[in-house]
Design a protein around this ligand. Sequence first.
Ligand code: FNR
Length: 181
Amino acid sequence: NTKKVAVIVGSLRKESFNRKVAKEMIRLAPEGLELQIVEIKDLTFFSEDIENSPPQTWTDYKNQIQNSDAVLFVSPEYNRTIPGVLKNAMEIGGRPPKENSWKGKPGAVVTVSPGAIGGMGSNQTIRVAAANLHISMMTQPEAFIGTIKDKLQEDGVTVDEKTAKFLVTFLEAFKSWIEKF
Ligand code: FNR
Protein backbone atom coordinates (compact mmCIF):
# COMPACT_ATOMS: atom_id res chain seq x y z
CA ASN A 1 0.00 0.00 0.00
CA THR A 2 1.27 3.38 -1.09
CA LYS A 3 2.44 5.80 1.59
CA LYS A 4 1.42 9.43 1.13
CA VAL A 5 3.96 12.07 2.01
CA ALA A 6 2.98 15.71 2.54
CA VAL A 7 5.83 17.89 1.28
CA ILE A 8 6.15 21.33 2.88
CA VAL A 9 8.40 23.75 1.00
CA GLY A 10 9.84 26.48 3.22
CA SER A 11 10.16 29.09 0.47
CA LEU A 12 7.44 31.03 -1.35
CA ARG A 13 9.81 32.19 -4.09
CA LYS A 14 8.69 31.38 -7.63
CA GLU A 15 12.11 30.17 -8.73
CA SER A 16 12.84 28.54 -5.37
CA PHE A 17 15.70 26.02 -5.43
CA ASN A 18 13.95 24.18 -2.63
CA ARG A 19 10.78 23.84 -4.65
CA LYS A 20 12.85 22.54 -7.57
CA VAL A 21 14.47 19.92 -5.36
CA ALA A 22 11.05 19.02 -3.90
CA LYS A 23 9.74 18.51 -7.44
CA GLU A 24 12.73 16.34 -8.28
CA MET A 25 12.00 14.26 -5.20
CA ILE A 26 8.40 13.83 -6.36
CA ARG A 27 9.75 12.59 -9.70
CA LEU A 28 12.38 10.32 -8.15
CA ALA A 29 10.21 8.79 -5.42
CA PRO A 30 10.37 4.99 -5.32
CA GLU A 31 7.37 2.77 -5.96
CA GLY A 32 5.05 2.87 -2.98
CA LEU A 33 5.89 6.42 -1.97
CA GLU A 34 3.70 9.26 -3.22
CA LEU A 35 4.91 12.79 -2.53
CA GLN A 36 2.64 15.79 -2.82
CA ILE A 37 3.36 19.44 -2.07
CA VAL A 38 1.04 20.98 0.51
CA GLU A 39 0.99 24.72 -0.15
CA ILE A 40 1.55 27.15 2.72
CA LYS A 41 1.42 30.46 0.84
CA ASP A 42 -2.21 31.24 1.70
CA LEU A 43 -1.88 30.65 5.43
CA THR A 44 -2.32 33.80 7.49
CA PHE A 45 -0.18 34.46 10.54
CA PHE A 46 -0.85 32.20 13.47
CA SER A 47 -2.56 33.64 16.53
CA GLU A 48 -4.01 31.85 19.54
CA ASP A 49 -6.98 34.20 19.27
CA ILE A 50 -8.28 32.34 16.23
CA GLU A 51 -7.00 28.81 16.71
CA ASN A 52 -10.38 27.58 17.99
CA SER A 53 -12.28 29.11 15.07
CA PRO A 54 -9.64 28.80 12.34
CA PRO A 55 -10.02 30.12 8.79
CA GLN A 56 -10.86 27.59 6.08
CA THR A 57 -7.31 27.80 4.67
CA TRP A 58 -5.93 26.52 7.97
CA THR A 59 -8.47 23.70 8.16
CA ASP A 60 -7.86 22.61 4.55
CA TYR A 61 -4.12 22.67 5.16
CA LYS A 62 -4.43 20.69 8.39
CA ASN A 63 -6.62 18.10 6.68
CA GLN A 64 -4.00 17.59 4.00
CA ILE A 65 -1.39 16.88 6.64
CA GLN A 66 -3.73 14.69 8.64
CA ASN A 67 -4.52 12.62 5.55
CA SER A 68 -0.85 11.94 4.87
CA ASP A 69 1.20 9.08 6.28
CA ALA A 70 4.33 11.19 6.63
CA VAL A 71 5.73 14.66 6.22
CA LEU A 72 8.81 15.95 4.41
CA PHE A 73 10.19 19.46 4.93
CA VAL A 74 12.26 20.89 2.08
CA SER A 75 13.51 24.27 3.15
CA PRO A 76 16.05 27.03 2.85
CA GLU A 77 17.93 28.49 5.78
CA TYR A 78 17.17 32.08 6.74
CA ASN A 79 19.60 33.64 9.17
CA ARG A 80 20.80 30.20 10.25
CA THR A 81 17.33 29.05 11.24
CA ILE A 82 13.78 28.25 10.05
CA PRO A 83 12.21 30.66 7.51
CA GLY A 84 9.27 32.51 9.13
CA VAL A 85 6.72 31.18 6.62
CA LEU A 86 7.66 27.60 7.45
CA LYS A 87 7.67 28.19 11.20
CA ASN A 88 4.20 29.72 10.88
CA ALA A 89 3.01 26.66 8.96
CA MET A 90 4.47 24.37 11.63
CA GLU A 91 2.63 26.30 14.35
CA ILE A 92 -0.72 26.22 12.52
CA GLY A 93 -0.44 22.49 11.93
CA GLY A 94 0.20 21.82 15.58
CA ARG A 95 -2.56 23.81 17.23
CA PRO A 96 -4.60 23.53 19.30
CA PRO A 97 -2.66 20.73 21.02
CA LYS A 98 -5.61 18.31 20.94
CA GLU A 99 -5.78 18.79 17.19
CA ASN A 100 -2.09 18.55 16.40
CA SER A 101 -2.09 17.35 12.78
CA TRP A 102 1.56 16.33 12.94
CA LYS A 103 1.18 14.07 15.92
CA GLY A 104 2.83 10.67 15.60
CA LYS A 105 3.82 11.09 11.96
CA PRO A 106 7.20 10.06 10.63
CA GLY A 107 9.10 12.96 9.10
CA ALA A 108 12.25 13.99 7.31
CA VAL A 109 14.01 17.18 6.32
CA VAL A 110 16.07 18.29 3.34
CA THR A 111 17.68 21.72 3.31
CA VAL A 112 18.91 23.36 0.13
CA SER A 113 21.10 26.43 -0.27
CA PRO A 114 23.27 28.16 -2.83
CA GLY A 115 25.74 28.45 0.05
CA ALA A 116 28.38 25.91 0.96
CA ILE A 117 26.92 24.48 4.16
CA GLY A 118 23.55 23.56 2.73
CA GLY A 119 21.30 25.12 5.33
CA MET A 120 22.68 23.01 8.15
CA GLY A 121 21.43 25.46 10.79
CA SER A 122 17.93 25.36 9.36
CA ASN A 123 18.03 21.58 9.13
CA GLN A 124 18.86 21.37 12.83
CA THR A 125 16.29 23.91 14.00
CA ILE A 126 13.51 22.29 11.95
CA ARG A 127 14.33 19.10 13.87
CA VAL A 128 14.03 20.94 17.19
CA ALA A 129 10.55 22.26 16.35
CA ALA A 130 9.50 18.91 14.82
CA ALA A 131 10.41 17.06 18.02
CA ASN A 132 8.14 19.33 20.04
CA LEU A 133 5.36 18.84 17.49
CA HIS A 134 5.61 15.08 18.02
CA ILE A 135 6.96 14.31 14.56
CA SER A 136 9.37 11.37 14.54
CA MET A 137 12.18 12.58 12.32
CA MET A 138 14.46 10.25 10.41
CA THR A 139 17.98 10.86 11.74
CA GLN A 140 20.02 9.40 8.87
CA PRO A 141 20.87 10.06 6.15
CA GLU A 142 21.03 13.82 6.70
CA ALA A 143 20.43 16.00 3.67
CA PHE A 144 22.17 19.35 3.49
CA ILE A 145 22.33 20.21 -0.20
CA GLY A 146 24.78 23.08 -0.62
CA THR A 147 26.03 24.91 -3.73
CA ILE A 148 22.75 24.02 -5.42
CA LYS A 149 23.44 26.23 -8.46
CA ASP A 150 26.25 23.85 -9.43
CA LYS A 151 24.01 20.81 -8.98
CA LEU A 152 21.24 21.85 -11.37
CA GLN A 153 21.45 20.76 -15.00
CA GLU A 154 21.44 23.30 -17.82
CA ASP A 155 17.64 23.23 -17.92
CA GLY A 156 17.75 24.92 -14.50
CA VAL A 157 15.18 22.45 -13.22
CA THR A 158 16.60 18.95 -12.89
CA VAL A 159 19.47 17.96 -10.60
CA ASP A 160 22.70 16.34 -11.73
CA GLU A 161 23.21 12.60 -11.63
CA LYS A 162 25.08 12.50 -8.34
CA THR A 163 22.47 14.58 -6.55
CA ALA A 164 19.66 12.51 -8.06
CA LYS A 165 21.35 9.36 -6.78
CA PHE A 166 21.61 10.84 -3.31
CA LEU A 167 17.95 11.87 -3.35
CA VAL A 168 16.94 8.34 -4.34
CA THR A 169 19.00 6.90 -1.47
CA PHE A 170 17.40 9.42 0.89
CA LEU A 171 13.88 8.60 -0.34
CA GLU A 172 14.45 4.86 0.00
CA ALA A 173 15.65 5.33 3.56
CA PHE A 174 12.63 7.51 4.27
CA LYS A 175 10.31 4.85 2.85
CA SER A 176 11.82 2.27 5.22
CA TRP A 177 11.49 4.76 8.07
CA ILE A 178 7.78 5.35 7.31
CA GLU A 179 7.14 1.61 7.15
CA LYS A 180 8.23 1.29 10.79
CA PHE A 181 5.18 3.29 11.90
C1 FNR B 1 19.12 33.90 3.11
N1 FNR B 1 20.01 32.98 2.59
C2 FNR B 1 20.74 32.18 3.47
N2 FNR B 1 21.44 31.09 3.02
C3 FNR B 1 22.09 30.29 3.89
O1 FNR B 1 22.69 29.30 3.49
N3 FNR B 1 22.11 30.58 5.23
C4 FNR B 1 21.45 31.64 5.76
O2 FNR B 1 21.47 31.84 6.95
C5 FNR B 1 20.74 32.50 4.85
N4 FNR B 1 20.01 33.56 5.31
C6 FNR B 1 19.13 34.20 4.48
C7 FNR B 1 18.22 35.12 5.01
C8 FNR B 1 17.28 35.70 4.19
C9 FNR B 1 16.26 36.63 4.79
C10 FNR B 1 17.24 35.39 2.81
C11 FNR B 1 16.21 36.00 1.91
C12 FNR B 1 18.16 34.53 2.28
C13 FNR B 1 20.11 32.73 1.14
C14 FNR B 1 19.15 31.65 0.71
O3 FNR B 1 19.74 30.38 0.91
C15 FNR B 1 18.81 31.81 -0.77
O4 FNR B 1 18.11 33.02 -0.97
C16 FNR B 1 17.99 30.64 -1.31
O5 FNR B 1 17.92 30.71 -2.71
C17 FNR B 1 16.61 30.59 -0.70
O6 FNR B 1 15.97 29.38 -1.00
P1 FNR B 1 14.97 29.23 -2.25
O7 FNR B 1 14.00 30.37 -2.21
O8 FNR B 1 15.83 29.28 -3.48
O9 FNR B 1 14.33 27.90 -2.08
